[in-house]
Design a protein around this ligand. Structure first.
Ligand SMILES: Nc1nc2c(c(=O)[nH]1)N[C@H]1C(S)=C(S)[C@@H](COP(=O)(O)OP(=O)(O)OC[C@H]3O[C@@H](n4cnc5c(=O)[nH]c(N)nc54)[C@H](O)[C@@H]3O)O[C@H]1N2
Ligand SMILES: Nc1nc2c(c(=O)[nH]1)N[C@H]1C(S)=C(S)[C@@H](COP(=O)(O)OP(=O)(O)OC[C@H]3O[C@@H](n4cnc5c(=O)[nH]c(N)nc54)[C@H](O)[C@@H]3O)O[C@H]1N2
Ligand code: SF4
Ligand SMILES: [Mo]
Length: 861
C-alpha cells in the first residue's frame, strides 16, 4: 500500500510516497508529482522511515507518573482550565503551540482559546521563527502575504540568500537554486559564517552580524543614485513616507556601509552592481534576518529594496521569506500567533465581530495575547495558572531556556501534548497527552510558497495516541462547548477553515481558500497540492486601505562594541541532518553520523587566545548560563564570533545546551528573540581522560561524567565521554558478560570489551594522553564474533577508517571520498557519484563533496 503524504520536517514541504512494508515500517520515496520537490528529498526526508518505531513513544495519557484513561485525563485538563478562568479570568490560562501542528489541529486550538475561552494567550514557536517576517509583511503590504513561489527561483537570474544556510536547512529548494545557477543565474550569500551554502556562492558577503539594515539601505541608496528605482511602480503602487529618501542618505554611501558591515567596498560594490544589472532577482531570507532584535527592520529593509525597484509580484523577481517548520505558514493562516485573530484578520472591532458571528461564540478575545517570551515571563510570575504546550519543546528552544524551565516547574498546572515519552519539557508536565505522530495523522500543511498539501496517515494510531485536533476538541467539549467542537474528522475542520477564509471576504484579504472545500470527505482525502493566492501583487495592488504598499523608514541601529567580560558573539543555528531538539532525527542512525557531537566553531585567533584546541572541550559562558561543546577551530568563523547548534538536549548529552545560553531580548515589533547574537566568552576545559563507550542496545545506566553525548546506532548506541573522576562509575555502565581487558599505564589507556557467546556486546576505550581508535570498525563489530584485534580497535589487516559520514544516504565517509578523489583522479561531484554513489540520492552532501574536491585538488597542486 502506498500513501501520498508530505515530509514531517522543513518548510520546503516535499511530497512523499510512503509504502508500507511492515506493521511499523515504511519505504520512503520522493513524490515525482509534487510541485515542491518533483521527486527529490533531502537526507532528513529520505530517512524518515528510521524514525517511525515505537521505542520511546508516549502511548498513554499520564497524570503525574501514573497512567490514566483518556476520560480521566481530559476531564482533569478541562476542569483545571475552567477553574482557572472562573477564578482568575481568561487571561490566566495559555496555550503554547507549534508550526509542527497540522492546520486542522492549529485551527481548533486557536478557536478554543480566542473564541471560547476568550483570551488571545495562544502563541506559537513561530514567534521564535518568522514573526519578524510577519511583522515586516504587515508593515509593507498590509497583510502577511509571501508573494514568492518556488517557480520564481526557477525564473531568477540572481538569487540572494540572506541569513539562510539553505543547503542545510531547505535542501531541496537549494537544489532548485543550484539548478538555476547551473543554467546561468548568480548566487550571492550574505552570512557572517562561511557555510556550505556560502562556499558555493559567486559572492559571499561575510558581514558583521546585525548589520543587514546598513547593507540593504546602502543597496537602496545605490539603486537611487544609479537610476535603478522603478519610478512608475513607486508612483502608482507605493506610499513613501515623508523624509524617507533624506533619512536614507545618512550613512548609506558605499564607504560608510562597508565600514558598518565590516566588508571591503569593492565586494559590496560588486553586489550592488549585480543587483542593479539583474531585474529578475529573488532575495530569499530566513533566520539570520528574522532572529534579531532588529529583525522586523531588517525584513523591511529588504522589502523596501524590492518595492522601490519594482522587483515584486513578477516572475523571478520577489522577496522570499522562507518558513522553517512544515506548517509554519498554515499557523499564520489560522491565526496561531497571539497577535493575529484568525484567517489573516486582526483584533479590530469589525474583524472580531465577523469571527464571533462565524464561530457563533460567546466571546472573542478583545486584544492580542502574550507573545512567547512574555508568556513564559507571565508563567514565571505566577500570572498563568494553567498552560498547555503542544508539539514544541520550550525548555530547550526558548531563549534563556534555564529560566523557562524554572518557570514551567513553578506553574500550577502544565499539560504537554507530545509524541515522545521524555523531553526536557515533557518532564515538567502534570499531564502528558499522547499525540499521533507523523505517519499517523491526517490533515493539511502549507509550505513556504503557499502550497497546501495533505499529510496522510500511513499507520494506524498506536497505543492510545490521538490526533491533536481530537484532543483539543475533547477538552473544549468538556469545558462546555459541545456543538462548536463536535468534529468527527479533520475534513470537517478543513471545510470550516475554508469557509472562514471566504467569510465576509470580498477580496479585502488575499488569504482565501475559496473553491477548495468541494468534494466532501472524499474530496478532502483526495485533495491534491494547490497554492492559494495565485501571484499576489502581480497587478501592483496591495491589501492596504489605499491599495498601495509602504516603504518603511528603517535605520541601522548602532552595534555594541564587545564587552570586557563577554568579548565574543554567540551565533546559534542548525546542522544538516538534525531537526531541532532531536526527538525524531535523533532516532535515525544514518542521520547521527554527519555531526556526532555538538561543536563550538571558533576562529583560530579566538581559540589561541582562550587556549582552546581543535577537538578539545570548550566551555561557552554567557550572562544566562554555561555549557560545554567539542571545539572545532575554523576560519569559517569570523574572528570574535562563535557558532553552536541548537539540537542537543538533556536527553542526549551532558553539554551542548544552547538554549540556556541565549538571552531573551526581542525585536520590539515582532517579539522575536535575537537568537543569533548574544555576548559570550569561551575557555578551554581539560579533563583527566577521554573515551567512548559502545553498547549493543543501551548502557546499563547513563554514563555520568563531565562530557557524555549519545549517538544512535543501528545496533545500539555510542557514547563519547570525557571526565576527571574514577573510571569505576563508567565501567558500571557496561553490561555483564565475559570481559577482555588491556591497560597501558604510561599512556593512561584502558580498554575493555564485553562479550556474550563470543560476540561483542560492549566496548569501553579510555585514554589520558594517547589517541583513540576511529569508531567505525568497532561499531561494525557490535554483535559480531569477536575479532582477535578487538582491543586494538582495528581489523586484523590494518586500519580502515571512513572518517565522518558525509553522504548519509549511502553511508560514505570523508576518508573514503578523499582517497577516491586522489587515487581515481575524480574531477567533479558527478564523478564521485559515479564512483561511490555519494551525492546521487538526496544531494544534501553535494556542497560538502564540492569542498572536498576543492581542497584535495588544491593539496595536489
Ligand atoms: N537540517 C535542518 N533543517 C531545518 C531545521 C533544522 O532544525 N534542521 N529547522 C527548520 C526551521 S524551523 C527553520 S526556522 C529553518 C532555519 O533555516 P536557516 O535560517 O537557514 O538556519 P539557521 O542555521 O538558524 O541560520 C541561518 C544563518 O543565519 C546566519 N546569520 C547569523 N547572524 C546573521 C546576521 O546578522 N546577518 C545575516 N545575514 N546572517 C546571519 C547564521 O550564520 C546562519 O548560517 O530551518 C528549517 N530547516
Ligand atoms: N538558540 C536558538 N534557539 C532557537 C532557534 C535558533 O536558531 N537558535 N530557532 C527557533 C526556531 S526557528 C524554532 S522553529 C524552534 C523549534 O523548537 P521546538 O519547537 O521546541 O523544537 P522541536 O524539537 O521540533 O519540538 C517539537 C516537539 O513536538 C513533538 N512532536 C512532533 N510531532 C508532533 C505532533 O504531531 N503532535 C504533538 N503534539 N507533538 C509533536 C516532538 O516530539 C518535540 O518534542 O526553536 C527556536 N529556538
Ligand atoms: S527539504 Fe528535506 S526536510 Fe525539507 S521537506 Fe524536503 S525532504 Fe523534508
Ligand atoms: Mo523555525
Amino acid at each position: 500500500m502506498s500513501v501520498r503524504t508530505t515530509c514531517a520536517y522543513c518548510g520546503v514541504g516535499c511530497g512523499i510516497v510512503a509504502t508500507l512494508t511492515g506493521e511499523r515500517s515504511v519505504e520512503i520515496a520522493g513524490d515525482a508529482d509534487h510541485p515542491a520537490n518533483r521527486g527529490r528529498l533531502c537526507s532528513k526526508g529520505t530517512h524518515l522511515g528510521e524514525t517511525v518505531g515505537l521505542d520511546g513513544r508516549l502511548l498513554h495519557p499520564m497524570i503525574g507518573q501514573r497512567r490514566a484513561g483518556w476520560d480521566k485525563a481530559l476531564d482533569l485538563v478541562a476542569r483545571r482550565f475552567r477553574a482557572a478562568v472562573a477564578e482568575h479570568g481568561p487571561d490566566s490560562v495559555a496555550f503554547y503551540v507549534s508550526g509542527q501542528l497540522l492546520t486542522e489541529d492549529y485551527y481548533v486550538a486557536n478557536k478554543l482559546m480566542k473564541g471560547f475561552i476568550g483570551s488571545a494567550n495562544i502563541d506559537t514557536n513561530s514567534r521564535l521563527c518568522m514573526s519578524s517576517a510577519v511583522a515586516g509583511h504587515l508593515r509593507a503590504f498590509g497583510e502577511d502575504v509571501v508573494p514568492a513561489s518556488y517557480d520564481d527561483v526557477d525564473g531568477a537570474d540572481l538569487i540572494v540568500l540572506v541569513g539562510s544556510n539553505t543547503a542545510w536547512c531547505h535542501p531541496v529548494l537549494y537544489q532548485r537554486v543550484r539548478a538555476r545557477c547551473a543554467a546561468g543565474a548568480r548566487m550571492v550569500v550574505i552570512d557572517p559564517r562561511r557555510t556550505e551554502t556560502a562556499e558555493e556562492a559567486d559572492l559571499h558577503l561575510r558581514l558583521r552580524p546585525g548589520s543587514d539594515v546598513a547593507l540593504m539601505n546602502g543597496l537602496l541608496a545605490w539603486c537611487r543614485d544609479h537610476d535603478a528605482l522603478d519610478r512608475d511602480f513607486l508612483r502608482d503602487h507605493v506610499a513613501v513616507p515623508d523624509g524617507f529618501w533624506q533619512q536614507l542618505a545618512d550613512g548609506s554611501d558605499l564607504w560608510s556601509v562597508a565600514r558598518a558591515c565590516d566588508l571591503a567596498p569593492a565586494e559590496l560594490r560588486r553586489f550592488y552592481e549585480l543587483f542593479v544589472a539583474t531585474p529578475r532577482t529573488v532575495t530569499l531570507f530566513s533566520q539570520g534576518v528574522n532572529q534579531s532584535v532588529t529583525g522586523t527592520d531588517q525584513v523591511n529593509a529588504i522589502l523596501n529594496v524590492h518595492l522601490a525597484t519594482g522587483r515584486i509580484g513578477k516572475p523571478g523577481a520577489q522577496p522570499f521569506s522562507v518558513t522553517g517548520q512544515p506548517n509554519a505558514m498554515g499557523g499564520r493562516e489560522v491565526g496561531g500567533l497571539a497577535t493575529t485573530l484568525a484567517a489573516h484578520l486582526d483584533f479590530s472591532p469589525p474583524s472580531r465581530a465577523l469571527v464571533q458571528r462565524f464561530w457563533g461564540s460567546p466571546t472573542v478575545a478583545a486584544k492580542p495575547g502574550l507573545k512567547a517570551v512574555d508568556l513564559f515571563r507571565a508563567v514565571e510570575e505566577g500570572r498563568i495558572k494553567a498552560l498547555w504546550v503542544m508539539a514544541t519543546n520550550p525548555a530547550v528552544s526558548m531563549p534563556d531556556a534555564g529560566r523557562v524551565r524554572d518557570a514551567l516547574a513553578r506553574c500550577p498546572f502544565v499539560v504537554v501534548s507530545d509524541v515522545v515519552e521524555e523531553t526536557d519539557t515533557v518532564r515538567l508536565a502534570h499531564v502528558r497527552l499522547p499525540a499521533a505522530a507523523w505517519g499517523e495523522k491526517d490533515g493539511t500543511v502549507t509550505n513556504s510558497d503557499r502550497t497546501v498539501s495533505r499529510q496522510r496517515a500511513i499507520f494506524p494510531l498506536p497505543g492510545e495516541a490521538r490526533p491533536d485536533w481530537w484532543i483539543v476538541a475533547q477538552v473544549a467539549r468538556r469545558m462546555g462547548w459541545r456543538t462548536p467542537f463536535a468534529y468527527d474528522r479533520p475534513a470537517e475542520i478543513w471545510r470550516e477553515h475554508v469557509r472562514l477564509s471566504t467569510y465576509g471576504n470580498a477580496g479585502e484579504r488575499l488569504f482565501s481558500l475559496a473553491g477548495h472545500a468541494a468534494g466532501g470527505n472524499a474530496g478532502y482525502d483526495a485533495l491534491a497540492p494547490f497554492r492559494w493566492g495565485g501571484t499576489p501583487f502581480a497587478d501592483g495592488r496591495f491589501p492596504t486601505a489605499d491599495g498601495r504598499a509602504r516603504l518603511v523608514a528603517v535605520a541601522q541601529k548602532p552595534l555594541a562594541a564587545p564587552l570586557r567580560d563577554w568579548p565574543l558573539l554567540l551565533n546559534t543555528g542548525r546542522y544538516r541532518d538534525q531537526w531541532h531538539s532531536m526527538t525524531r532525527t535523533g532516532l535515525a542512525p544514518r542521520l547521527a553520523r554527519h555531526r556526532e557531537e555538538p561543536l563550538v566553531e571558533l576562529h583560530p585567533d579566538d581559540a589561541a587566545a582562550a587556549g582552546v584546541a581543535d577537538g578539545g572541550l570548550a566551555r561557552v559562558t554567557t550572562p544566562q548560563g554555561e555549557t560545554l561543546y567539542r571545539a572545532r577551530v575554523t576560519d569559517a568563523q569570523r574572528r570574535g564570533e562563535l557558532f553552536v547548534p541548537i539540537h542537543w538536549t538533556a536527553q542526549i548529552a551532558s553539554g551542548g545546551r544552547t538554549g540556556r545560553l541565549t538571552r531573551a531580548q526581542v525585536d520590539p515589533f515582532s517579539g522575536q528573540p535575537g537568537f543569533k547574537s548574544c555576548p559570550a566568552a569561551v575557555d578551554a576545559v581539560t579533563t583527566a581522560w577521554r573515551g567512548f563507550l559502545l553498547v549493543s542496545g543501551e548502557p546499563a545506566h547513563r554514563p555520568d561524567c563531565l562530557w557524555a553525548t549519545r549517538v544512535s546506532l543501528a545496533t545500539g548506541s555510542l557514547w563519547e565521554l570525557a571526565g576527571d573522576g574514577a573510571l569505576a562509575a563508567i565501567e558500571a555502565c557496561l553490561p555483564a558478560g565475559e570481559r577482555i581487558e588491556a591497560a597501558d599505564r604510561a599512556r593512561g589507556t584502558r580498554r575493555v570489551a564485553v562479550l556474550a557467546e563470543g560476540r561483542l556486546r560492549a566496548a569501553l576505550f579510555v585514554t589520558a594522553t594517547g589517541e583513540l581508535p576511529p569508531r567505525d570498525w568497532l561499531i561494525a563489530q557490535l554483535n559480531a564474533p569477536a575479532a582477535p584485534t578487538l582491543l586494538a580497535g582495528r581489523p586484523p589487516g590494518g586500519a580502515v577508517d571512513r572518517g565522518a559520514i558525509i553522504c548519509a544516504c549511502f553511508d560514505v565517509g570523508l576518508r573514503t571520498i578523499t582517497a577516491a578523489i586522489r587515487d581515481r583522479s575524480l574531477a567533479d561531484v558527478a564523478a564521485i557519484g559515479a564512483a561511490l554513489g555519494a551525492g546521487t540520492n538526496c544531494g544534501s552532501c553535494r556542497p560538502a563533496l564540492a569542498r572536498l574536491l576543492a581542497t584535495e585538488t588544491n593539496d595536489a597542486a
